[in-house]
Design a protein around this ligand. Sequence first.
Ligand code: FPP
Length: 255
Amino acid sequence: MTTGSASSHGLASQPSGPSDLPRHIGIIMDGNGRWATGHGMPRAIGHERGVEALRRTVKAAQKLGLEFLTVYSFSTENWRRPVSEVSALFALLKTFVKQDLERLKREGVRISVFGTREGLPEDILALLDKAVSETAHNSAFNLGIAFNYGGREEIARAARRLALDVADGKLQADDIDEATIGRALDTHAFPDPDVIIRTGEEHRLSNFLIWQAAYSELIFLNVLWPDFGELDLIRAIQTFASRERRFGGLKSGAA
Ligand code: FPP
């Protein structure tokens, strides 16, 4: 496990500017299973430790002054895992909401959930709805939980919604542009992620925020998710601050 504060690791002494601190970080929390296997434990324990890492990360993100954090908790592809593992992940979500919701409410955290309701059991849907509705008035920090989420599914669902609006005469097909699509996505209230961090040594997006990540800085870490901590987050933010974002334009001073 890693520890450390922003000031003790030099983040506070970095030049501050609008582009230094990302507003929105997305995290693909990968490596729970390998962490558990490596420690001679069942995979479910790796996911439990993953929830602890999530708690640490939310706390660190609040402390460092981020505004938005989105975590990939359960993908539409994760249904391919054994039923026992899917149940263990659902049980962890339940425990997380039951144990952490009151504290998150007190801390002013607003929870948003991204993904499809299709296939999710009623008790999980009820808990997710509760977390969203009971934090809807908060604004100190935004936590997005991508649960039963897949980027292509989200885009397809948005396309269906827009097609219905066109069929109903509420929208002209010619008026559909990038902004219209962005507003139809689950993440419409979040800015695009400045950074996507993936732990666990794989170098891909795995269907996470694929529309929104068009210009995100991608940071792949060799740390397994249960070992992720504040220092790793600080280092990722420092890496982000050292990169030049051009959004398709030219390097500054090149024109
Ligand atoms: C990937 O590790 C991780 C997941 C599929 C689930 C992530 C879930 C959590 C951290 C906890 C649940 C979240 C909430 C909000 C309660 P992996 O199992 O694919 O690891 P591996 O690649 O080493 O097998």
